[in-house]
Design a protein around this ligand. Structure first.
Ligand SMILES: *[C@@H]1O[C@H](CO)[C@@H](O)[C@H](O)[C@H]1NC(C)=O
Ligand SMILES: *[C@@H]1O[C@H](CO)[C@@H](O)[C@H](O)[C@H]1NC(C)=O
Ligand SMILES: *[C@@H]1O[C@H](CO)[C@@H](O)[C@H](O)[C@H]1NC(C)=O
Ligand SMILES: *[C@@H]1O[C@H](CO)[C@@H](O)[C@H](O)[C@H]1NC(C)=O
Ligand SMILES: *[C@@H]1O[C@H](CO)[C@@H](O)[C@H](O)[C@H]1NC(C)=O
Length: 387
């Protein structure tokens, strides 16, 4: 869905505001303004949701009401006045479609908790989780019916960050919900974590029927950087709102700290991370340092350190990665705007999950799955530099 009124707003921004580029502005707002000059889709899918959260974080840190109102209007345009999330089918079950709930809740909360249509829309997404299809062990299917009985690391970010934030706002005493959230992480840990490397493979099939599924564990064969990036960010975000007094909190924190250690060991000498991260693939022909995963890890470390979840030692890990991104993945266009490079278009378990599959997927330019997390990481860097 592409909304004509907003495309027009986008064009207006492009022609009026970017004529005189400022070279020395913060990367978060610089990237955000640059994206307004590109034709970006405004829809409820997770890529736009993540990109818009990047714009939103930039607009909040460096107060900019026009940038913020752009993002606020984008979210508002997706929700009808009666609270219907436009174009969303409540009987189509896909975790990717839950992620927009975070954007909706953010504006519901930050704009004074008075926009009733946002609460209604968020509640529809939350209620879908109550009837959502699950694996025999209780994990949400990544998508029905295509990924029946499969859990992917990506889906944990898409659904659990929303589920946890919603619960913290509306049902903070709902222990069943909090335990259910931690249980989704537990299932991933039991099936996907390699305790030696500290890393996790992309997903698992509880029925073990997928062509890529390990016959014993159901696990997929490889560690894909973006999947781990989503998962790392999910742990950091969920721990921001998860009640410390519940047993799930320390389990989640344990998952986060052991992943942080594994990621540090896997960081390349160039300070980025490989697309396919499991041994012996780093450095192998066809593999490369990928920008969306690198941005997500940098952000997860920086926010984890700032909020006291992770040790200070990881700031250095993240700052090195950030330096690499600015050097290699942030492209300065001749008209003074920035572009974002080096993000792999997709990585899906709809194929055979092989090394050859992952490295064969092309890169895309200005991909919100990488540029969004780069803005997340930038706001964290800038917050730290300010303090
Ligand atoms: C606010 O954001 C707009 C749109 O990105 C940009 O053109 C403008 O320069 C920003 N304002 C300030 C004061 O940075
Ligand atoms: C600047 O150049 C980039 C790359 O060619 C383009 O995508 C963008 O729309 C341009 N922005 C403006 C304001 O001309
Ligand atoms: C809510 O509004 C949308 C858009 O105007 C409309 O399509 C939908 O039928 C309405 N739903 C209800 C329950 O009234
Ligand atoms: C608490 O959460 C559970 C699990 O998500 C849900 O089934 C139940 O309806 C919720 N209870 C309340 C009172 O909201
Ligand atoms: C777990 O990681 C170690 C270290 O990279 C590796 O040697 C081992 O083969 C991995 N195990 C599985 C089941 O992939």
């Amino acid at each position: 869905m592409h909304l004509p009124a907003l495309s027009l707003a986008l064009l207006t921004y492009a022609s009026t505001t970017l004529a005189a580029p400022k070279p020395a502005q913060p990367y978060s707002t610089w990237m955000a303004s640059s994206f307004l000059s590109k034709s970006q889709k405004i829809d409820r899918h997770y890529v736009a949701a993540v990109l818009h959260e990047g714009l939103q974080k930039a607009a909040i840190l460096h107060p900019n009401s026009s940038l913020l109102s752009f993002v606020s209007s984008a979210v508002s345009s997706l929700v009808a006045s009666n609270g219907t999330l436009l174009g969303w089918d409540p009987n189509f079950y896909s975790l990717d479609d839950i992620r927009i709930g975070n954007n909706i809740l953010y504006f519901w909360d930050s704009e004074g908790r008075k926009e009733g249509k946002y609460k209604t829309a968020a509640t529809s997404l939350r209620k879908q989780l109550d009837r959502y299809p699950r694996t025999p062990m209780g994990g949400f299917w990544h998508r029905d019916p295509q990924y029946k009985n499969q859990m992917w690391l990506d889906g944990i970010y898409m659904a659990e960050t929303f589920y946890a934030t919603y619960t913290s706002f509306f049902e903070p005493e709902n222990i069943t919900a909090w335990e259910d959230i931690a249980h989704q992480f537990d299932l991933i840990e039991q099936h996907c974590r390699n305790k030696t490397s500290g890393l996790l493979v992309h997903g698992y099939d509880e029925s073990k029927k997928a062509v890529w599924a390990d016959p014993v564990t159901g696990a997929s064969p490889h560690v894909w950087d973006r999947a781990v990036g989503w998962y790392f960010m999910a742990l950091v975000e969920v721990l921001q709102v998860y009640p410390e007094k519940l047993a799930g909190y320390s389990r989640l924190k344990g998952y986060l700290t052991s992943l942080a250690a594994g990621l540090k060991r896997a960081q390349d000498a160039s300070w980025g991370w490989w697309l396919v991260m499991d041994e012996p693939y780093p450095g192998m022909k066809g593999n490369y340092i990928e920008s969306s995963g690198t941005a997500m890890f940098a952000y997860g470390y920086l926010k984890g350190v700032r909020t006291g979840l992770l040790d200070e030692e990881y700031r250095d890990t993240a700052m090195k990665a950030y330096e690499l991104m600015v050097d290699r993945f942030v492209k300065r266009e001749s008209n003074g705007t920035l572009s974002w490079e080096g993000t792999v278009r997709v990585g899906s378990l709809d194929q055979d999950g092989s090394y050859e599959y992952y490295i064969g997927v092309p890169l895309s330019e200005n991909d919100g799955k990488g540029a969004g997390p780069f803005m997340f990481a930038s706001t964290e860097m800038e917050m730290w530099q300010k303090s």
